[in-house]
Design a protein around this ligand. Structure first.
Ligand SMILES: [Zn+2]
Length: 308
C-alpha cells in the first residue's frame, strides 16, 4: 500500500504556473537527519531545507518510492510516496450499512441517521464567490489581480484541506463501526464538471470520502462495495415496487405501508443491492453476519490483488 507523506520546505509563495514536476525515483538524496533534501539532477534546485513535523527518519530509504515536488498557493512541498504495509486487526462489529449521499445532508445511512454537511462547505462557497468576484473586478494583467488570484487559490487550498480532514475522520469512523459499507458508484467525471458551486464542493467531498472509505476498508479488513446508482431512490425498500417521486418529495410512501425518509429508503436500497438481497433489512442483516467471513475474504482478496 502506498501512503503519502508531505513536507513543506522553505520557499516563496506565488501564483502557480505548473503545479508539479514529474515524479522522481532517483536524482535526490536526504541528509542524515532527514531535514534537508538535495536534488542531484541538473535542474538547479540543489539543497533545500524542509519544514514541518513529519519524521522521515521513521522510514528506511528503500521504502520511499517516489519524490514529487509540488508548488501550491502557499508554498512549495515535497511529497514522498512511502510503501508501507498497514493493516490493523479489528473485531467484527456485527453491523452493515448503506450510505446515500445527497445535497441536504452529507449522507444518510440505512439506519436513518443523517450526517450533516460540514459547516465549512457553505462558508467556503461564500468565501470563494467573494474572492472570485474580487479577481474579476481587477484590471487584467495588473499586480492587484495577481494578488487577488493568490488569495483565491489559497482559499481553494484551505477548503480542500478541510475537506480531506473531514473525509478521513468520517471514513475511519464508518469503517470501524461496520463490517460492510455499501455506497453508490457515482460517476466522478460528470460530477466535477457541473457549474453549481454547492454541488461541486459536495461532489469533491464525497469522492474523497469514498477514497478514504476504501483505504480504511483495506487497512481494517472491512468490506466496501460500490453499487450502480439506478433506481435507488425510486424503489420501495420494503416491497421493491417503483414509487416515482420528484427531487422535492422528501418522504417515501408506498402502498405496501412502508413510509420512510426519502434518503433512508435509498440508503436501504443501496445496502441491499450491495449484499445482493431483497426483503426485509433485519433478515438480510442476519444473513450477512453469517456470510460475512467468506464474502470478505474473497472480495477483499480481489480488490487487494487489483491494487498491487
Ligand atoms: Zn412498498
Amino acid at each position: 500500500m502506498m501512503g503519502n507523506c508531505q513536507v513543506r520546505f522553505l520557499g516563496e509563495a506565488g501564483t502557480a504556473t505548473r503545479r508539479s514536476l514529474p515524479d522522481k525515483t532517483t536524482g535526490w538524496s536526504l541528509s542524515e537527519d532527514c531535514r534537508q533534501i538535495t536534488f542531484t539532477d541538473k535542474k538547479g534546485i540543489g539543497r533545500v531545507k524542509m519544514l514541518g513535523t513529519r519524521d522521515l527518519g521513521f522510514y528506511s530509504a528503500d521504502q520511499i518510492k517516489r519524490v514529487r515536488l509540488i508548488r501550491r498557493a502557499d508554498g512549495y512541498f515535497v511529497q514522498f510516496a512511502v510503501k508501507v504495509d498497514r493493516t490493523e486487526v479489528l473485531e467484527p462489529s456485527g453491523s452493515v450499512v448503506g450510505l446515500d449521499v445527497g445535497l441536504e445532508s452529507f449522507y444518510t445511512d440505512s439506519n436513518g441517521e443523517k450526517v450533516p454537511n460540514p459547516r465549512f462547505y457553505r462558508k467556503g462557497q461564500q468565501a470563494l464567490r467573494q474572492k472570485q468576484r474580487r479577481v474579476s473586478r481587477k484590471v487584467k494583467g495588473s499586480k492587484n489581480r495577481a494578488k487577488a488570484r493568490v488569495r483565491l487559490a489559497k482559499k481553494h487550498l484551505q477548503i480542500s484541506r478541510q475537506r480531506k480532514d473531514h473525509a478521513i475522520k468520517l471514513a475511519r469512523c464508518v469503517i470501524s463501526s461496520n463490517d460492510v459499507v455499501v455506497y453508490e458508484n457515482l460517476r466522478v467525471r460528470n460530477m466535477v464538471k457541473n457549474h453549481c458551486l454547492a454541488k461541486s464542493i459536495n461532489d469533491a467531498g464525497w469522492y474523497q470520502f469514498r477514497i478514504w472509505l476504501e483505504y480504511f476498508g483495506k487497512v481494517f479488513g472491512r468490506l466496501t462495495l460500490a453499487v450502480e446508482p439506478a433506481y435507488t431512490s425510486q424503489e420501495c425498500s420494503s416491497c421493491g415496487v417503483i414509487v416515482k417521486k420528484s427531487l422535492s418529495t422528501r418522504t417515501h410512501v408506498c402502498e405496501c405501508g412502508c413510509e420512510l425518509d426519502r434518503d433512508e429508503n435509498a440508503a436501504i436500497n443501496i445496502l441491499m443491492k450491495g449484499i445482493g438481497m431483497r426483503g426485509h433489512l433485519k433478515t438480510a442483516t442476519r444473513d450477512v453476519e453469517n456470510a460475512w467471513g467468506e464474502l470478505t475474504s474473497t472480495l477483499l482478496g480481489e480488490t487487494l490483488a487489483e491494487a498491487s
